[in-house]
Design a protein around this ligand. Sequence first.
Ligand code: NAD
Ligand code: WQD
Length: 341
Amino acid sequence: MSNSKYILVTGGAGYIGSHTVVELVENGFSPVIVDDFRNSQESSIDGIERITGKSVTLRRIDVCDFASLEGVFSEFNFEGIIHFAAHKAVGESVEKPLAYYRNNLLGLINCLDLAVKYKVENFVFSSSCTIYGEPKNEKVVTEESEIQIANSPYGNTKQIGEEIINDLVASGANIKILNLRYFNPVGAHFSSQIGELPIGKPNNLLPAVAQTAIGKIDKITVHGNDYDTTDGTCVRDYIHVTDVANAHVKGIAWLQSQKNSLVENINIGTGQGTSVLEIIHTFEEVSGRKLNWEFGKRREGDVVEIYADVTKSKAILNWEAKKTVKDAVKDAWNWEKRISD
Ligand code: NAD
Ligand code: WQD
C-alpha cells in the first residue's frame, strides 16, 4: 500500500462530489478534483473551502480528454479514484442518447485505463438504484436482485458501466472496484455552504419541493395518486447526501484493506421507504410554509416503490445512514433559502 493520501475525485464540483470532497478532507485525505463544470458552478469550490478551511486542488479537465486526464495522473501519486463525473438526467438521456453514452462510458473507460496504467488500485464507481428498474415482487432490493432492462439511456450507461468493470476485473487487472448503487440522494451540507444546484426546472422531487416553497415554482405536481402504496404516491429511499458522501470514505478505507483484485456492488440507502406525500408534509412541517401542490398524472417510467436492503453496506463497509429524511429536508430548505437570498 502506498502512503499517498491523494484521491482523484472526478465530478468533485458536483452535488454528491462536493460533499464527498468535504468528507475526504475531514478524514485526512487530500482530494484532487477533476471537473469541467458542465453541470456545476465554481461556487461549490468556495463552499468546500469555507467548510474545510483548506484550499481545494482542482484541475479543470474533461475526463473524456485522455491526454489531459493522463497529465493529472502523472502529476499526483493517487491512492484511489472516485468517479462521479457523468451526465445524470434521465429525460435528457432519452433525447440525447449519444451524448450520454459518450460522456458516461468514455469517461469511465479513460479513468479505468489510467488507473491500471498508473497502478491506482482503489476505485469507486457511482452506480445507481436505477439499474434495478421496477423490482419484480419485491420493494426492498438486495445487490442480488435482478437487474432489469434499462428504461433510459442514462440507466443503461450505469448497467454497461458495471459490465465494463466486471470484464476488466475478470481480465486479471490489478484493481479493486466498488460499485456504489445510490438510491435517492437529497439534502445539503448542514452548513448550507454546498448543496444541489439544478440547472433549469428541476425534475427531482426535493429541489422541486424546495423551489415551490420559496416561490420559484408556482405549484408542484404530485405524479400519480393511485399507486398500490400506503397513500397512493410513489415510494423511494431518500438518503442524506452527507451520508452518501461518507460511504465513499468508508469505501476507500475498505478497498485499501483488501489485498486482491475484486469488484463489489453495494446499495447506498437508508433501508426506509418514504412516499411523495410524506416528503411534502415533512417539508411543510420543517419550513412552516404551506406548499402549493396538486395531484397530476402518473409520470411515465416511474418505479412504484423501491428501497434498499442495507445489510451488505453495514457488513462490508461498516457504514450506515445516520441522518433522517427530516434532517435532509431541513438541510434542503436551509440551502434553498441561502441560494435564493
Ligand atoms: P452532478 O451533475 O451534480 O455532478 C457531476 C459532476 O461531473 C458535475 O460537476 C459535472 O460538471 C461533472 N462532469 C460531468 N461530465 C464531466 C466530464 N466529462 N468531465 C469533467 N467533469 C464532468 O451529479 P451528482 O448528482 O453529483 O451525481 C454524481 C454521480 O452519481 C453521477 O455519476 C450520477 O450518475 C450518479 N448518481 C446520482 C444520483 C442522484 O440522484 N444525484 C443517483 C444515483 C447515481
Ligand atoms: C421521486 C418521486 C416522482 C418530481 C431519479 C433517477 C434515478 C436516480 C435517482 C440517478 C417520483 C415524484 C418528482 C415532481 C413528483 N438518479 N415527483 N413531482 O425518479 O426516483 O429517480 O433520481 O441515478 O435514476 O430517475 O427521483 O426525485 O425524480 O422522483 O411527484 O415534481 O417524486 O414521480 O415518484 P426518481 P425523483
